[in-house]
Design a binder for this molecule. Structure first.
Ligand code: SF4
Length: 342
């Protein structure tokens, strides 16, 4: 029988576990302490729990911390890890060191329903939501875990399409009984799911990154089918009407495609629709994927685009391309691993 995993449970869920197996309520805090502060791997290592308590727990539960199945390292130090989840699926996790910072990019789903046409994960289709255990295990079992300073939910899947498990993982990362991270170290990305954004803004204090990619309705519909039902205008209205505290950052991700969304017309419209929102735009150069006709613009065009937006008062940066030699485009490695299995 598959045992239930303790790692990835919130304090309230751990209290429910202790009640269920007949242990005193205070044991839940002790378990949380072992799981999230002391980095043990097995229930038997929870030495301030009585022997009986450990035996009772072990009958039905395990910690559920598991290592990646493979890793590859780029010449620039970026690493990609593959994890086996949902029995026979693969997800990707990236480790991105950058001077003082070390960022982990986690996946929230296996595959994705959103179907963005420039994305390899989108081409996989949807295979399932990751549990809070599977999301946080990418963080905990990363060999570089101790050095991590930041976390982004920008790997495979649409995080706000799996909002319950994502919020649980954020609660564990930011609670005093959990990892105690500041929410300002964590960014969650979204294609712009209206209901999810509202819930995320209300229930979490982490940063939000919205994938924009075009300010024009018809063009964005072509790139991102979500625009048919959840428009950027609605997303911007929510953000405008929500009281965002000064610590919290709203950013817009903008993949630049040569000749498609890199023109002066786009700059003008971006500046218009983002006017009045305290935000930043992150320009990302497109990572080639098999079968896609898109191309990256040259560096000069990218810099000009950034400077033109800055000149219009929109704080804009260019995100450095990392790990290009190790299939940096999200979804490539797991697609290869899944194909090998078939
Ligand atoms: S870009 Fe993100 S939301 Fe779009 S298909 Fe890929 S993983 Fe899904």
């Amino acid at each position: 029988m598959q045992k239930e995993r303790l790692y990835g449970k919130t304090l309230n869920e751990l209290i429910a576990v202790t009640k269920r197996v007949g242990l005193p309520g205070y044991t839940a805090r002790q378990i949380a302490d072992w799981l999230y502060k002391k980095e043990i791997l097995s229930i038997d290592e929870m030495t301030n729990l009585s022997k009986r308590a450990r035996e009772v727990l072990t009958k039905e539960y395990e910690t559920g911390i598991f290592p990646p199945v493979s890793e590859s390292e780029s010449t620039d130090g970026t690493k990609k890890y593959l994890y086996n989840v949902l029995k026979d699926k693969y997800i990707e996790t990236a480790y991105i060191p950058d001077n003082e910072r070390a960022t982990i990019c986690v996946s929230s789903q296996s595959g994705c329903k959103m179907g963005c046409i420039f994305c390899m994960t989108g081409k996989q289709g949807f295979q399932g939501n990751l549990s809070s255990n599977e999301i946080l295990n990418q963080f905990r079992s990363l060999p570089e875990f101790q050095s991590l300073t930041n976390m982004v939910y920008m790997g495979m899947g649409e995080p706000l399409d799996n909002i319950t498990e994502v919020l649980k993982s954020l609660e564990i990362l930011t609670s005093e009984w959990g990892y105690g991270w500041s929410p300002t170290r964590i960014t969650v990305s979204t294609v712009g799911l209206i209901a999810g954004i509202k819930e995320f803004l209300e229930k979490s204090r982490c940063h939000l990154a919205v994938s924009l990619h075009s300010p024009f309705d018809d063009e964005r519909k072509e790139l991102m089918p979500i625009q048919r039902t959840n428009t950027v205008k609605e997303v911007l209205d929510i953000i405008r009407n929500f009281e965002i505290n000064s610590q919290r950052r709203i950013s817009f991700e903008y993949i630049l495609f040569k000749g498609l969304n890199d023109t002066p017309r786009h700059i003008k419209e971006l500046a218009r629709i983002l006017n009045g929102i305290k935000c930043r735009v992150n320009i990302i150069r497109f990572h080639q994927i098999p079968g896609a006709e898109f191309q990256s613009p040259d560096l000069g065009t990218t810099i000009n685009f950034k400077e033109a937006l800055n000149a219009k008062g929109i704080l804009t940066t260019i995100r450095a391309s990392r790990g290009v030699d190790i299939q940096a485009a999200c979804g490539l490695l797991s697609t290869i691993a899944q194909n090998k299995q078939q």
